[in-house]
Write a protein that binds this ligand. Structure first.
Ligand SMILES: *Cc1c(COP(=O)(O)O)cnc(C)c1O
Length: 380
């Protein structure tokens, strides 16, 4: 989390923000596609010899997928809906299809790689796959220390993937299912780890795959992003160098990040409609709310933001104060950021929330309170 990248197009964002504010078109999401293009190219360049897939669940917006497509080797999908969505955009894309609880109908959609999550799923797949069979990876949940991770998908008891016993059962089942081609191991153990910790986990997963005699290894996603520092980036160069050292000849390594690819390209813009002091605390109330950008509530952080000065109004204005920024919902949970220092903020200003390009709009509870949906705009 060291490399500093300047915010892309600050002027273009501010200009668009004021145009949208002037026409009453806020709140809105704005995606900076050139910034995403540059970022994806840099990530790709840092990972020679490693297959890069994008985890679509982070943000399935078609414009983002089109921007990413030239830089990635395929897409990781986690539902039948995502399979159909990505195929409608890129009929020939390589799909790696994972996720617990795949239905028979979802398994029947097939994929370039299917990540098998349980012995029962493997039995169902053996029935459904038909004569052409399927290329599969077994999703392993290895015992591992993943201290410091933001989310744990493995390393202990979770519903994701299989422990050694589950994998052993699958290997026995595969002896009687020659139409299922076992390609390798999939492991997505944790989210929010830095490059050094990710490499430690990769080393463990590779050792595990080698013991099974498997040479195709999907190391998952989960590369850390730092919501306290929008300029920080996961150290892709160190990660790429480390993987190059770990990889043995003949092995195929694949990763499938989501958040760390798209989070930086998205902004959520909302306009300040009220500023007030209540029992000693200053609140700025903006149009929209966490029903559009749920991320700060689910992750318990302050969503980073900048203030774009509006045209001015006769409404309240604060200077050099700590401000709590909230939305329009009638719940105390509708908070974007708590008591953050703000140089100046007034009614009519636009608050531009950064790092809203992943797990933002698409994880939010849009219909709560029946406010209008935001607009979607793209810097090109
Ligand atoms: C969610 C998910 C990813 C992407 O995780 P990020 O934290 O967004 O990088 C990758 N693989 C699997 C299996 C996932 O469930």
């Amino acid at each position: 989390m060291t490399t500093s990248v300047p915010t892309a197009h600050p002027d273009a964002l501010a200009e668009l923000a004021l145009r949208l504010a002037a026409t009453g078109a806020l709140p809105a999401y704005v995606y900076d596609l050139p910034a995403l293009d540059r970022h994806a190219a840099a990530v790709r360049a840092a990972l020679p010899g490693v297959e890069l897939f994008y985890a679509v669940k982070a943000n399935p917006d078609p414009e983002l997928l089109r921007t990413l497509a030239p830089h990635v080797d395929g897409f990781e999908v986690s539902s039948g809906g995502e399979v159909v969505h990505v195929r409608s955009l890129f009929p020939d894309a390589r799909l790696a299809f994972g996720g617990p609880g795949k239905t028979d109908a979802e398994l029947a959609l097939g994929a370039w790689r299917l990540h098998v999550e349980s012995p029962h799923e493997l039995r169902r797949l053996a029935r459904i796959a038909g004569a052409e069979g399927a290329d599969i990876l077994l999703r392993a949940n290895l015992k591992a220390s993943i201290e410091g991770a933001a989310l744990a998908m493995g390393g202990g008891a979770t519903p994701f993937g299989m422990d050694e016993d589950g994998v052993a059962e699958c290997l026995r089942l595969l002896d009687g299912a020659p139409h299922l081609r076992l390609r390798g191991v999939h492991a997505h153990l944790a989210s929010g780890l830095d490059a050094a910790r990710m490499l430690e986990l990769a080393d463990r997963v590779l050792g595990y795959a080698r013991d099974l005699g498997l040479a195709e290894i999907n190391l998952g996603g989960g590369m850390a992003v730092d919501y306290r520092n929008p300029a920080a980036r996961f150290d892709w160069a160190a990660y790429g160098r480390g993987l190059a050292v770990l990889r043995r000849p003949g092995e195929v390594l694949r990763i499938e990040p989501g958040r760390a690819l798209t989070v930086y390209c998205g902004h959520y813009l909302a306009q300040v409609i009220d500023v007030k002091r209540v029992h000693g605390e200053t609140f700025a109330i903006v149009t929209g709310g966490t029903h559009h950008l749920r991320t700060p509530v689910t992750k318990g952080h302050d969503q980073p933001f900048t203030v774009i000065p509006g045209p001015g109004s006769d409404g309240p204005r604060v200077r050099d104060e700590h401000v709590t920024v909230v939305g329009q919902l009638c719940t105390p949970k509708d908070v974007f950021a708590r008591r953050v220092p703000v140089a100046e903020l007034a009614v009519g200003d636009v608050v531009a929330f950064a790092m809203a390009g992943a797990y933002a709009w698409n994880i939010s509870h849009h219909d709560f309170l029946m406010h209008p949906k935001p607009g979607f705009h793209y810097l090109r």
